[in-house]
Design a protein around this ligand. Structure first.
Ligand SMILES: [Zn+2]
Length: 229
C-alpha cells in the first residue's frame, strides 16, 4: 500500500520500486504496486499476445526485474524467458541454454532484432507459458542477433544450434507469437485438447478474480509502456 505522505508532487514520482505520474495517481487506482513479485503467466493470458515496444530507459528497477526473470527461469528449469511471459510488455528476454545457474552463458537481451536467417531445422520445443506441452517446430538454423545488454553494450552475433532456437523462441514472444503458432496445422490439432485445458484454467482463474479483466490488463500494459518504452 502507498501512503499519501510518501507522494510528492511533480511527475514522474519515484517511490520505492515503482514510478507513477501524480495525475494518474489521483485519477486512477494504483495498479503497479511496489511489492509486486513477478510470476510466469500462462496461455491464453492476453499479455502473451501483446507486441512489446522497444525499451528506451534502463534504470535500477529494470535491472532488478531482469534478475528476477533469471531467478524464475532457473526455478522453472527453463532456458529462456521473455518479459511478456512475466506480464511485462517490454522488449527484453533472459536466456541460458544450459538452464543452470553458474553454468554456460547467461543472457539479458534488450531490444533484440533477428535477421539473416539461414537454413531450416525442426526440433522439439517447450514453453514455460504452456508447461507440459512439447512439439516439433521448424525454424531457421542460423540467425544474426542484435540488441543490447543491461550496461548498454551492443550485442551483434551470429548464432546457430540450440541457442539460435532459444533466441528465436524468445523474440517471438516479444512479438506476441507462441511456438505452436509456428507448427503445421496437423501438429497443432494434436495439441488442441491440451490448449483447451489451459483455456479452461484461465477462464476459471478469471472468474475467481485471480487474473484481472482485459481492461485492467490493458491499463497495466499502458503504465509499463509509459515508464520504459
Ligand atoms: Zn516460451
Amino acid at each position: 500500500m502507498i501512503r499519501a505522505s510518501q507522494v510528492t508532487l511533480g511527475p514522474p514520482v519515484v517511490i520505492g520500486r515503482w514510478i507513477h505520474h501524480i495525475d494518474e495517481f489521483l485519477t486512477d487506482h494504483l495498479i503497479l504496486t511496489d511489492a509486486m513479485a513477478l510470476s510466469i503467466i500462462h496461455y491464453p493470458h492476453p499479455t502473451l499476445r501483446h507486441r512489446s515496444k522497444p525499451i528506451v530507459r534502463v534504470d535500477q528497477r529494470l535491472k532488478d526485474l531482469a534478475q528476477e526473470m533469471l531467478d524464475l527461469m532457473y526455478e522453472n528449469e527453463g532456458v529462456g524467458l521473455a518479459a511478456n511471459q512475466v506480464d511485462l510488455p517490454i522488449r527484453m528476454f533472459v536466456a541460458n541454454e544450459t538452464g543452470r545457474r553458474g553454468e554456460g552463458q547467461e543472457w539479458v537481451v534488450i531490444n533484440p532484432v533477428i535477421d539473416r536467417p539461414k537454413g531450416s531445422e525442426a526440433s522439439q520445443e517447450g514453453c514455460l507459458s504452456v508447461p507440459g506441452i512439447y512439439a516439433q517446430v521448424k525454424r531457421p538454423k542460423t540467425i544474426r542477433l542484435q540488441g543490447y545488454d543491461l550496461q548498454g553494450n551492443e550485442i551483434n552475433m551470429e548464432l546457430s544450434g540450440f541457442l539460435s532456437r532459444v533466441m528465436q523462441h524468445e523474440v517471438d514472444h516479444l512479438d506476441g507469437v507462441m511456438f505452436f503458432d509456428r507448427m503445421s496445422e496437423e501438429a497443432r490439432r494434436d495439441l488442441e485438447d491440451q490448449l483447451y485445458e489451459f483455456q479452461t484454467t484461465f477462464d476459471s482463474m478469471r472468474r475467481t478474480g485471480n487474473i484481472p479483466n482485459d481492461d485492467t490488463i490493458a491499463k497495466q500494459i499502458a503504465q509499463w509502456e509509459r515508464i520504459y518504452t
